[in-house]
Design a protein around this ligand. Structure first.
Ligand code: S3P
Length: 166
């Protein structure tokens, strides 16, 4: 069976839904952010702070390369993985790409107060979210399926994905 690859902006529900999918399908879940942290040996905020975003993206691509060889897994990718077209190409080799989206205000409410996302630790997070969403829209649009998670629960999102996979 094909891998299920969850992409989408921060706060759209990838982690929660990835866990639910993996449990329901009895599949292994690969969280690319966790893999990056294990590989580098420090949290993502520290990687951004001490090594910079380009270094983070380089490690992210290495981790994508490793994870995309796997089969029958659920892959939960970080929000920026789509920017590099090689990442998406690799993830598509054995996987169906599902993009979770949400309205900027919903993303803000889900992510506020959480300090582990360096790109949102800024003065005006709503403006930052809108700007990044605009920049990334064309990349997110390359997914095989898109699900708006703004007004539905993680369980409902999971059910929709299971339906797609039938
Ligand atoms: C990022 C999203 C984060 C993490 C890093 C960069 C992004 O993952 O990979 O902070 O560029 O959108 P989540 O989408 O899981 O929060």
């Amino acid at each position: 069976m094909k891998n299920i690859v969850l992409v989408g902006f921060m706060g759209t529900g990838k982690t929660m839904v990835g866990k639910l999918l993996a449990t329901q399908l009895k599949r292994q879940r690969l969280c690319l952010d966790d893999m990056i942290e294990w590989k580098v040996g420090k949290p993502i905020t520290k990687i951004f702070e001490e090594d910079g975003e380009p270094y983070f993206r380089k490690i992210e691509s290495e981790v994508v390369k490793a994870a995309s060889h796997d089969k029958n897994v659920v892959i939960d990718a970080g929000g920026g993985v789509v920017i590099d077209k090689n990442n998406i190409k690799r993830l598509k080799e054995h996987g169906i790409i599902i993009c979770l989206i949400a309205r900027p205000e919903v993303i803000y409410n889900r992510t506020k107060g959480r300090i582990h996302r360096p790109l949102l630790n800024i003065l005006d997070p709503i403006a930052g979210i809108k700007e990044l969403l605009n920049k990334r829209r064309e990349y997110y649009d390359r997914a095989d399926y898109t699900i708006d998670t703004s007004d539905i629960t993680p369980e409902e999102i999971t059910a929709k994905i299971l339906n797609i996979m039938k």
